[in-house]
Design a protein. Structure first.
Length: 116
């Protein structure tokens, strides 16, 4: 792998994708949001059920407090990048899933990495 080309590609991607993909720009704006983004996408593509509490328990404590994590989850929902769904198994719990926009933008963005 040519690491110089890869770092140039990443820099250029960061500049271009932020204007092309609003959800990617949003999620890459904070370390907690990046973790939430990857975690929700991982669960979505593995077709596993999970709760918001499971997500919170997996975010390293040094990243942020529970209120901060909830603030970012709520902001993701408000911006329509994530969807909050009541669990079918336990009506007291909620799950998150990526919105159609988030999935489409992620998949389009990820295609740019196919050469690496």
């Amino acid at each position: 792998m040519n690491y110089l080309n890869f770092t140039k590609f990443l820099k250029e991607d960061y500049e271009k994708s932020n204007s092309r993909f609003p959800s990617i720009k949003f999620f890459r704006s904070d370390l907690i949001l990046i973790f939430i983004w990857f975690w929700v996408l991982e669960k979505h593509y593995s077709k596993k059920d999970y709760s918001i509490e499971e997500l919170i328990s997996e975010i390293p404590k040094g990243y942020g407090s529970r209120p901060t994590i909830f603030k970012f989850i709520d902001l993701s929902i408000k911006n329509k990048f994530l969807i909050k769904i009541k669990s079918q198994h336990d009506k007291r719990k909620f799950n998150l899933k990526p919105s159609t926009q988030t999935l489409k933008e992620f998949e389009d963005w990820a295609k740019g990495f196919s050469g690496f």
